[in-house]
Design a protein around this ligand. Structure first.
Ligand SMILES: Nc1ncnc2c1ncn2[C@@H]1O[C@H](COP(=O)(O)OP(=O)(O)OP(=O)(O)O)[C@@H](O)[C@H]1O
Length: 459
């Protein structure tokens, strides 16, 4: 079922040993459409190392920018260079093995989507190679490949053929795909009558109907309602447990921490860090915080020192945020016991006791998480009921409560902030979050340098 065809939206390629670009030593630039394909000799072996299912070597992507359509036409007709060059990716190298799940993070414009499209094969590299083994399925622009005048069912058959599901395969899978999409009778209506959520459900159900060897997901969890998100995360988790290799790009650090064992941070088209998820995300979060503080300082005017401006911006978050739209649950209150007066208030107790109240739809069993940070954004700890084998207590009428206690809070004097999270029953989907909601001061009588007071002994 090898196929070189591409679906403009959800894309899939079913190939054994699929290679996107073959570099030739000393090759002259070859022009295909607008893209010059001139892959220099990559720094490493071309074939993935034993056990690797994906190898990216010396990968680069140049976009050509024209000032006007006229310049573009002139360039095509004369072959001359009438463009400005923008390198979205430069010299990207990594390998992924079977069962690895890699989260991709980076600022807007860092090159994440370009990298995923190059790996999926919907974009050609300017330099370097991508070597892949087995069936590669990409969930990029969900639903973009559907024809609006055809019914959902017709689109399934057409779209399925593009990702390597033949007529017999589709006959076997159709019922399951329609059931997952929950479209019911609407499956026989033209796609142009669907809401965007319905299109997304159909597209996700189709492209994940057959488990791939490599699954590429670009922000798929950001679309659709929470019920759909939950089903997506469960399916992705199942694939991961079965040994599928996953590349997952998301602005949700929570989902990356949940799903991925390695992470890659792209910065200005280059790899800034790659390795165990926690280390890479911590470094990336510190970078995001320093950017936030710099822009808060700029907003607050030059008379406010940088860090104080950042704190001011964080404290204004003490107003409860509105519940997320179409939500299956929402946090309704977050309180800290024994707070004094002042802004921020002083914690009068030695213990930190945080109570989170949440409301969820009937039949839901939620979980609750709490994150504690220094107020200028240095993380201290995150805990959650599902991780600790605990559960919130039902107060009736869909209301739930968890109280978290840190006895003898082992921190030094300083200003701290609490964030609260509401999760689904498996701790996979974030229903609601009150990020950096409650600030407080803590006073420890003996001033010593450091972040925490760890239990310790001398000998
Ligand atoms: N078709 C294109 N033509 C020209 N420039 C492009 C094109 N697609 C992307 N770019 C540029 O390449 C850079 C990387 O874009 P890309 O979409 O890969 O980044 P990203 O990390 O996915 O960003 P975001 O998080 O905002 O989606 C950006 O500067 C972008 O403007």
């Amino acid at each position: 079922m090898a196929s070189r065809r591409r679906l403009a939206g959800p894309a899939g390629v079913d190939r054994r040993q699929c290679r996107i670009a073959q570099p030739r030593a000393g090759a002259q630039p070859r022009t295909t459409g607008r893209l010059a394909v001139n892959a220099p000799v990559p720094p490493r072996a071309l074939a993935p190392a034993p056990g690797a299912v994906l190898a990216v070597s010396g990968l680069g992507k140049e976009y050509r920018l024209y000032d006007s359509p006229r310049q573009r036409l002139k360039s095509l007709l004369t072959g001359g260079a009438h463009h400005r060059s923008h390198w979205a990716l430069r010299d990207v190298n990594f390998e992924l093995h079977r069962g690895q799940c890699m989260g991709l993070v980076g600022d807007n414009g860092a090159g994440k989507s370009s990298l995923l499209k190059l790996i999926a094969g919907t974009l050609q590299p300017t330099t370097g190679v991508v070597d892949r083994i087995g069936r590669v399925t990409a969930i990029l622009e969900l639903g973009a490949g559907f024809h609006p005048d055809f019914s959902g069912r017709d689109n399934l058959r057409f779209g399925g053929s593009l990702i390597g599901i033949d007529a017999d395969g589709m006959a076997r899978l159709e019922d399951e795909i329609i059931a997952f999409s929950e479209l019911g009778a609407a499956i026989d209506r033209p796609v142009k009558t669907y809401s965007s959520g319905m299109v997304v459900r159909l597209a996700f159900a189709l492209v994940t109907a057959v488990e791939p060897d490599v699954l590429i997901i670009d922000e798929a969890l950001a679309v659709g309602d929470q019920h759909f998100q939950k089903k997506c995360v469960e399916r992705i988790t199942q694939f991961r447990e079965n040994g599928c290799t996953i590349l997952f790009c998301s602005h949700s650090q929570y989902h990356i921490r949940q799903l991925c064992n390695v992470a890659l941070w792209l910065d200005g088209g280059r790899i800034r860090a790659m390795g165990a998820t926690d280390g890479v995300l911590s470094a990336y979060e510190a970078h995001v915080r320093s950017q936030d503080q710099a822009s808060a300082a700029a907003d607050a005017g030059s008379q406010v020192p940088g860090q104080l401006a950042g704190l001011g911006a964080l404290q204004s978050a003490d107003t409860p945020p509105p519940p997320p739209q179409g939500s299956r649950g929402a946090i309704v209150a977050v309180s800290i016991a024994d707070l004094g007066e002042g802004d921020p208030p002083m914690l009068r107790s030695r213990d930190l006791k945080v109570t989170v109240d949440a409301s969820v739809l009937e039949g839901e069993q939620p979980h609750i998480g709490v994150m504690l940070e220094q107020s200028h954004g240095v993380g201290i700890t995150s805990v959650a009921t599902h991780v600790d084998g605990a559960a919130p207590v039902s107060l009736g009428n869909g209301l739930w409560r968890s109280t978290l206690t840190f006895p003898q809070l082992p921190l030094h004097s300083g200003q701290y902030v609490v964030s609260a999270y509401l999760f689904d029953s498996k701790g996979l989907v974030v229903y609601d979050q009150w990020y950096q909601y409650r600030h407080f001061l803590f006073d420890y009588p003996t001033p010593t340098p450091g972040l925490v007071r760890l239990p310790h002994s001398w000998s």
